[in-house]
Design a protein around this ligand. Sequence first.
Ligand SMILES: *[C@@H]1O[C@H](CO)[C@@H](O)[C@H](O)[C@H]1NC(C)=O
Length: 142
Amino acid sequence: MAKHLVPYGCILLITTALALSPPSTAVDPSEVGSAARYDSPYTPNACRYDEERLPSGGLFGAIDQVLWNKGSQCGTIYQVRCISEAGACLYGTSINITIVDLLQKTVSEPSNYDVLFALSSKAYGLIADPAKDSIKIQFQRL
Ligand SMILES: *[C@@H]1O[C@H](CO)[C@@H](O)[C@H](O)[C@H]1NC(C)=O
């Protein structure tokens, strides 16, 4: 019986080591996730920006809890690029958005699991078809 415990322990160690090893290619610092759209009113928000302090160009968004980092993301800028299929994405461009809020989402919806950003309707409309509920994005904190 004891003989079986040793290999099992080894397997556990190997599995743990694999799970903890960093991603193999770290050349591109951008990450991939999904983004949804959210509409006004944009106040009140978790960053306590009133109408006057919201970015004047309307390019802002909310960020998910997993990236929120206790509010330290307020005011940071993310470059967001739509990488969904052609048709869902417009122009193939990227935009820079300022984080102004914590993303609230319905965790019970599986389709929301990888939604990491909600973009203002202005921002969303610049990179995606507004009729799409969500898009796949590549993002990078600037
Ligand atoms: C976003 O910001 C980066 C870094 O400042 C800049 O190089 C890029 O041109 C900006 N993109 C847009 C669409 O403004």
